[in-house]
Design a protein around this ligand. Structure first.
Ligand code: ADP
Length: 254
């Protein structure tokens, strides 16, 4: 990946604020309760919790697709990027055409969106693959296309729903490193859902652990390692201890 340059926002600008937020679905299922969470620019927050505890609901609230039924919430931006486990590429479009797609839907003119797409493609290390079709790409490359596609809208809030869950371990770690590089350069606010404690600790500035349904935040753990973060952090005693601490918190949450 080439090193990107432009940070998006001043660090600390509040992007996402939840105060005592609850969600009860129309069928009376209580999914979230009493959630307090603030995410500022330059913060990357991972969310861990048992299946069905409301992680996707939380992401839905942040994206504006779901509505809270209790409490108060606000988002400080409408420039929101999403990356899901499924890269959702259009199979008949080339890499370049897929990356341009969101900017196209957003009404950004042809030359501007071409430029943004090329910049994003370079940023995620896919230069040379612009004319490839999705079927010619590995799983990791498809995920890079998905990331690049979101980058074209220069998100200030980036939402991730287990984006690397379907990838093999080596690809997953590599993409984690690349995502950290992007984050270090752009300092968007990140909300990252994962089932991997090690990934959560490695990528984040903060990890929150949720209880079983209705989901509440039961532990918040600040991650003290600097950003930019070096891959060697993974082998440090401090990192290993923190992974242990978070794992224990997650076990207690079940
Ligand atoms: P997670 O992502 O942590 O697995 P979800 O946010 O998907 O959890 O779901 C939280 C709870 O809300 C689950 O019990 C789920 O079955 C329920 N749920 C999710 N979406 C709906 C919906 N549209 N209507 C009713 N219940 C829902």
């Amino acid at each position: 990946m080439t090193t990107p340059t432009r940070p998006v926002l001043r660090p600390g600008t509040e992007i996402l604020g939840f105060s005592d937020v609850g969600v009860t679905y129309p069928n009376a299922t209580p999914a979230l309760e009493g959630v307090d969470l603030r995410v500022g620019a330059g913060e990357f927050v991972s969310v861990l919790g048992p299946s069905g505890c409301g992680k996707s609901t939380l992401l839905g609230l942040a994206s504006g697709l779901a509505t809270h039924t209790d409490g108060y919430m606000q988002t400080g931006t409408d420039r929101v990027g999403y990356v899901f486990q499924d890269a959702t590429l259009l199979p008949w479009r080339t890499v370049a055409q897929n990356v341009e797609m969101l900017a196209e839907l957003d009404g950004i003119g042809k030359s501007e969106r071409r430029q943004r797409a090329q910049e994003a493609i370079d940023l995620v290390g896919l230069s040379g693959f612009e004319q490839s079709l999705p079927r010619e790409l590995s799983g990791g490359m498809k995920m890079r296309v998905s990331l690049a596609r979101s980058m074209t809208l220069e998100p200030e809030l980036f939402l991730f729903d287990e984006p690397f869950g379907a990838l093999d371990e080596i690809t997953r770690q590599r993409l984690g490193d690349e995502l950290l590089e992007l984050f270090a350069a752009k300092r968007f606010a990140g909300l990252f859902i994962t089932h991997s404690v090690a990934e959560a600790v490695y990528l984040s500035t903060r990890v929150v652990v949720m209880s079983g349904r209705p989901g509440r935040i039961v532990h918040t753990i600040d991650v003290p390692f600097d950003v930019p973060r070096h891959p060697e952090v993974r082998y440090s005693a401090d990192y290993i201890n923190l992974v242990g601490e978070v794992s224990q918190a997650l076990e207690e949450a079940h």
